[in-house]
Design a protein around this ligand. Structure first.
Ligand SMILES: [Zn+2]
Length: 265
């Protein structure tokens, strides 16, 4: 019965997020979330011994990821699964580590299990699952206190990303690490921001940047330069290359992902 209860909670959560309105897309989202849950259960328990995939974020094992990429249990993407492996094998956070999770989701909820990481806090502009509601360009957090920050696919939604990077740098403790990921437009090294951008014109943004709420398309070289000019020492870590072909398929990783591991001296 917990499954039914969880499904009801998910629908309630949807209504909270969307301020009580239900669009056509919303009906699809609710249907899809329930479908994925069933999928997770079915593929986990009726895998007939063919447990081909493992989600390092939540521990799910089963036959395959949804559409070959989404974790059925925690809705992880390839980037969340790589983050889980990076934390487990490389970063090795202590239970006392002060962790800040920008724009939390179900996967990061599993990765940073609050029963283990006592000083974990999540921040979002308005998500009901976040511990703190705050604007990334103006955080109400003291200087130099956070030891580990994850900020995944957030900065491309923020107009003043320079101020956001400066805020992240400000709250990060000396010697601390921030992993700041954004999507990139193919092999382009240069960031693209159009003068035609209009925050209310979702169709235009979709055309310009490939997403209705993105405000730019980052290029790797420009992104690196911007992080460095905000004060970070940046290491472009190709940790994913340390996995064999078999492991890449098993964990559902993206072989092209580069981790932007940012440190404060
Ligand atoms: Zn998972």
């Amino acid at each position: 019965m917990t499954f039914v209860q969880n499904s009801i909670n998910k629908i309630k959560y949807y209504f909270i997020l969307n301020r009580g309105t239900l669009s056509k897309y919303g009906v699809y989202q609710i249907f899809y979330s329930v479908y994925r849950k069933y999928y997770a259960i079915l593929t986990q328990y009726y895998s007939f011994g063919r447990n081909n995939v493992v989600c390092p974020a939540c521990g799910y094992t089963g036959r395959k990821f949804v559409k070959g990429r989404t974790g059925p249990k925690c809705w992880s993407s390839a980037r969340h699964r790589l983050l889980a492996l990076y934390i487990k094998n490389i970063q090795k956070l202590s239970p006392d580590c002060r962790i800040l999770d920008i724009a939390p989701n179900i996967s990061t909820g599993y990765i940073f299990d609050k029963r283990i990481y006592r000083n974990y806090a999540s921040v979002d502009l308005d998500s009901p699952v976040a511990d703190v509601h705050a604007d990334l360009t103006n955080l109400s957090i003291k200087d130099n206190v956070i030891e580990f920050i994850v900020c995944y696919h957030v900065l491309e939604h923020i107009k003043d990303d320079t101020k956001s990077m400066q805020e992240l740098y400000r709250v990060l403790k000396s010697g601390g690490t921030a992993i700041l990921q954004v999507p990139f437009s193919g092999a382009n090294d240069r960031t693209f921001e159009s003068d035609d951008y209009d925050s209310t014109d979702r169709a235009m943004n979709l055309k310009l940047y490939g997403h209705p709420t993105h405000v730019r398309r980052y290029g790797k070289i420009d992104y690196l330069a911007k992080l460095e000019s905000s004060g970070f020492e940046v290491q472009m870590d190709t940790y994913v290359n340390s996995f064999s072909e078999h492991e890449v398929a098993k964990y559902g990783l993206d072989k092209n992902e580069v981790l932007f591991v940012c440190r404060k001296r």
